[in-house]
Design a protein around this ligand. Sequence first.
Ligand SMILES: Cc1cc2nc3c(=O)[nH]c(=O)nc-3n(C[C@H](O)[C@H](O)[C@H](O)COP(=O)(O)O)c2cc1C
Ligand code: SF4
Ligand code: SF4
Length: 204
Amino acid sequence: MDVRTCIEKLGYVGVLNFATVDEYGAPQVRNISAIHYEGTDIYFLTARGKSFARQLYADGRVQISGYTRYKETIRVSGKAVEVPEDEQLKWRDILYQEQPYLENVYPGESKNIDTIFVIRDYTIEYFCLSTRPITREYFTVGNAVLKTKGYRITDACIGCGKCARVCPQKAVDKGNPKPYVIRQNNCLQCGNCFENCPVKAIER
Ligand SMILES: Cc1cc2nc3c(=O)[nH]c(=O)nc-3n(C[C@H](O)[C@H](O)[C@H](O)COP(=O)(O)O)c2cc1C
Ligand code: SF4
Ligand code: SF4
């Protein structure tokens, strides 16, 4: 997998879930279809008065998720910024050309309430359940910084092999003889190894 293919797949999915954080710290998620991909830049359209836009102005953090027919989730995490005033019309025209139904939503002059945001710096988490073992990959675009998560086996490992035996995806490789190693690209991050290690050698 790679960034371009993830972007292409999101384009095929079409309507994506966009999550933001509201003024009370609560998650807000909604479907967004007016999206244009320019290289790795993700442009999208909303209306200035919507709660969605207010959350973008106030906070800007956005997470997008798309699900494909091949049991893949592609999750984009980044910060959205409003496109500068002098570029707004250019991107709005492109979005209306690509998605003519928008004219039905914002006919005539009413489209002046639209505003375009762009996400340039983001991370992608690709997660696929149709392979055995499962596949997970991370990518960074622009200046985004990847926040790592999941589990890691430390030097406290005594090489007993219990983590490998309890792993539902057989994603733990034998050490030589220790420490054992989690193959992060095949890990569900379910925590079963963590809960079962007799010497607490696995950290989150
Ligand atoms: C198929 C579909 C596509 C949509 N596309 C957009 C879109 O591109 N931009 C947008 O602002 N709202 C779009 N909406 C509306 C949003 O899903 C949402 O209802 C609206 O933005 C209000 O959300 P808010 O209360 O968080 O502001 C779409 C709704 C549907 C059902
Ligand atoms: S269960 Fe713990 S001690 Fe045993 S091999 Fe795994 S990490 Fe090492
Ligand atoms: S977190 Fe779950 S899937 Fe990942 S190595 Fe541990 S047991 Fe296996």
